[in-house]
Every structure is written in structure tokens, then in C-alpha cells.
Design a protein. Structure first.
Length: 293
């Protein structure tokens, strides 16, 4: 499964289909934030130039799109203070949707006597570990060390399935934020939830048999916040698993309706309340067949 994911990630952003977001994804507009599925032709959204450089200005929506039963990935963005913790934005998009990346983190991992923190998970068992206090101190120091980063000479566009932990993006207040997690979403028996494989900070997550359940209940603002359910570190439902020809366990992708907009001039817009810059992808004649209006 990991080889398949890596193969998909080598494709460039000029996909034959339009990248899209799930229902409820907030888009920054003239009047605040509006769910992408509620936007109409003529609405004004905040956009930056296609090269990712420059202030956000109002641009008009010239087309809207909807596609049914598409697989999506979850992207988790850190907070604006560049701390090693979540608390930023989460959004779900098709794997081919382009996101503007401005740089990369320099100190994603920190070496300790317990290994390379940030690459492997360090478990602390107070009752069984004689050195639990040293482990706790190492973890505390790791979490307290802010990210440092290097900006690219020019921002670049990466598909969602090309994003990596440590990529640097820009929010609507011109703060740099770090991509903390990028994972496919998998189905569970509950239609109002999804399963994400592995721990958030593990690089061997694709080999993990456990993961997290995320709630997909719409908030009062009609958007998804992707809150983790109470039950953490859970296995996917065995009834939803299959084994491929190579003997690898595969999970059933979460399929849902997805939406996109076409924006005049800049062809970009900003998603989530953090205002992360994404591309609308060029909408050619063939792609327009999926247009809503």
C-alpha cells in the first residue's frame, strides 16, 4: 500500500481531474468564511497571485463544481507560533488538489539518547520505566523546541498526496505554519466518522494496524472540525479490510461528494479559518463537464 501511495505522489499537479474539497470546507470570502458547497458564481473570495507572492485580494467565482464518490485525504496544519503541536487547521481534499508550499522545516527531528525524536514515538510508562522521568524531560524539551525553517526562493505547488510533514504553508495573516500530517481517509461502519491510519508523528504509519477515529459531524457553522473521537488508538473494522495480490492489507477508502470553484484571474483561494492558499486547478473544456452551473 505504501508503494502505491508513493507512486501516486510522483504525479504532478496537472491531473486529468479537478482537485476538490469535501462539503463544509470553509473558503475565505468578502463576508467571512463560507462552506465551499454553498458558494455561487459571482461570490467574491480572497485570492493571492498564482505564484503565491502578494497580498490576498477579492476575486470573483466564475464556476462551481461537484463530483460524487471521490476518495479524500486529511491534511493537518500546525499553529501559527511554529510550535510542535496541533491546534491549527484540518481539511480534507482529493489527493490531486494543489496546495502552495513556501518552504521546509530544518529541525523536524531532534536527536536524544532515546532516539531521533519526531521520527519515532517515545512511549513513557511511569509504572514500568525506570527512566520514565528522563524520557518525559526529553519529550518536554522536544515539544518546547520551536520549528526553524528555510523558505524557497519561489513558492511551489504540491498536490495533497505530495505534501510531507514539515512542509511550510502560509495563512491569511501571513504567518507561516507547518504541515503536521497528511493521510488518506478510510471508511468505518459509522458514516459520520473516518479512520486515519497510524500515529500522527510516526514515519512508519503505513505499516500500522491501529489509528484514530475522526468525527465528521458538521458544526454549527456547517463545517467539519475533524475532532478525534473519544476512542483513540483503534483498529479499523476487520469487515472493511481486504488483502491485495501482494498480500498487503488494504483499507476501504472513504468516499464522499467533493466540491471546487474556479476563480477569475489568480485561480487561487484560501481554505479553513486559517486561510491556507490552494489552487483551483485549470478548468479545461473536458473538466467543465463536471460544472454545477
Amino acid at each position: 500500500m505504501h508503494r502505491f501511495i508513493q507512486t501516486k505522489a510522483t504525479e504532478n499537479m496537472q491531473s486529468s481531474t479537478i482537485g476538490c474539497f469535501i462539503k463544509g470546507t470553509l473558503v475565505e470570502t468578502q463576508e467571512g468564511w463560507t462552506p465551499i458547497d454553498e458558494l455561487k458564481v459571482g461570490d467574491l473570495v480572497m485570492a493571492r497571485p498564482e505564484n503565491g507572492i502578494g497580498e490576498a485580494v477579492q476575486k470573483r467565482v466564475v464556476n462551481t463544481f461537484k463530483f460524487e464518490n471521490k476518495a479524500v485525504w486529511l491534511v493537518e496544519i500546525g499553529n501559527p507560533k511554529l510550535k510542535r503541536e496541533s491546534g491549527g487547521a484540518r481539511f480534507a481534499a482529493t489527493p490531486n488538489h494543489p496546495v502552495c508550499v513556501y518552504g521546509a522545516v530544518n529541525n523536524l527531528f531532534i536527536q536524544s539518547r532515546f532516539g531521533e525524536l519526531g521520527r519515532v514515538e517515545l512511549e513513557v510508562d511511569v509504572e514500568r520505566d525506570d527512566d520514565w522521568n528522563e524520557k518525559f524531560e526529553a519529550l518536554s524539551e522536544f515539544v518546547a523546541t520551536p520549528y526553524t525553517y528555510t523558505l524557497y526562493e519561489q513558492p511551489l505547488w504540491k498536490r495533497v498526496d505530495q505534501l510531507e510533514r514539515g512542509d511550510v504553508v502560509l495563512d491569511w495573516q501571513n504567518n507561516y505554519r507547518v504541515v503536521e500530517m497528511v493521510r488518506p481517509l478510510y471508511a468505518v461502519p459509522d458514516n459520520n466518522a473516518v479512520w486515519v491510519q497510524g500515529y500522527s508523528d510516526r514515519y512508519d504509519w503505513e505499516q500500522s494496524a491501529i489509528g484514530h477515529i475522526y468525527d465528521l459531524t458538521l458544526s454549527k457553522d456547517n463545517d467539519y472540525t475533524f475532532q478525534r473521537a473519544v476512542a483513540l488508538h483503534v483498529r479499523n473494522d476487520e469487515m472493511l479490510l481486504a488483502v491485495d495480490e501482494q498480500g498487503q492489507r488494504t483499507y476501504q477508502p472513504y468516499l464522499t461528494d467533493v466540491y471546487n470553484i474556479e476563480v477569475e484571474d489568480y485561480h487561487t483561494y484560501c481554505v479553513t479559518r486559517s486561510g491556507i492558499l490552494v489552487y483551483n486547478t485549470n478548468c479545461d473544456k473536458t473538466q467543465r463537464e463536471g460544472a454545477l452551473g
